[in-house]
Design a protein around this ligand. Sequence first.
Ligand code: OSB
Ligand code: MG
Length: 371
Amino acid sequence: MNIDRIELRRLQVPLKAPFETSFGRLISRDCILVAVFSEGLAGYAEAVAFHQPFYNEETTGTVWHMLEDFLIPQALGRDLTDPWKVSDWFAGVRRNFMAISSMESALWDLYSKAMGVSLSSALGGTRTEIAVGVSIGIESSIDQVLDNVGHFREQGYQKIKVKIKPGFDIALIAAIRDKFGDGLALMADANSAYTLADLPVLRELDAFGLMMIEQPLAADDLIDHARLQREIATPICLDESIHSSEDVRKAVELGSCKIINIKIGRVGGLAKARAIHDLCAKHTLPVWCGGMLELGVGRAHNIALASLPNFSIAGDTSASNRSFAEDIVTPAVDFCRPGFLAVPTGPGIGYEIEPRALEKFTETKMTFAAR
Ligand code: OSB
Ligand code: MG
């Protein structure tokens, strides 16, 4: 199928409540929606970069630039025959994985709609529903986090992840264990806030039986993560450090982690995410699907990916109402039973765009047509 038109929209969607991590605070979701058109069908995906380069080096602005000036010119007018090979179209582009991923993932949606299959089955998914957890941000007090944990636990979330940073860690985790007990499926995400100099604190965390600690050290430091993993019993899960199957190979060889969080945007698309999933399965490394406070379209892509067999730990793709009062898709991304999201069986991502909500949140829009 020939890609005859591509549309970019920059959206601004307010978050229900501010979301704070060790690297900063978000109050609204500034993101890009990519739409690709062919033969009367439309494929959609979100770019998950934030307005500031605090999670990684990409931003909403750099993603728009990459799409407009490099990726769209490569994709327009091309014949989409095999979505597994789409990332080859962009082989001349270094990094910028979130930008590439948004284009590649939109093409996957388009392709699976054309084939009349769900995105999950196009990817080789095997699950009919996925277990999901929730990621809880840093608050101004431990009590506020405890309230949030209680609230989401009551809703049935299958895993509770709390953001930690130096000075907001041991007492927080101790208070959660104290209030909710050792049975709570609990983990912590540091977003690279620590160094090996913090070893005593990271060792103290071992006492709380966390499922894992996510990305304690720097994004580019597989070596120190390996050192740390030798010193602590809590499994290390890598997020920011893993961009490719090569990164996984090195992390496995060094012993830098025991679990991997896969984010489609961080690794450059669905085909790359699937390859990482397969490689991790080969090394019996469990994986789970990370989240980037996506709108419904991004959540739908995450659900399809998380339906693959080695996604054996509940991911961060919560129901949409965890982050947003209003979303751009219908039906709303919501539990099929407490703590679980159904894997859609309809063609493509299995959710429709709600045009009025889309218009309401659109700040800028640009259309590109094949000549
Ligand atoms: O590190 O997983 C992370 C949000 C923004 C940036 C980084 C991360 C997160 C989350 C949120 O943890 C997960 C979600 O609810 O989508
Ligand atoms: Mg993380």
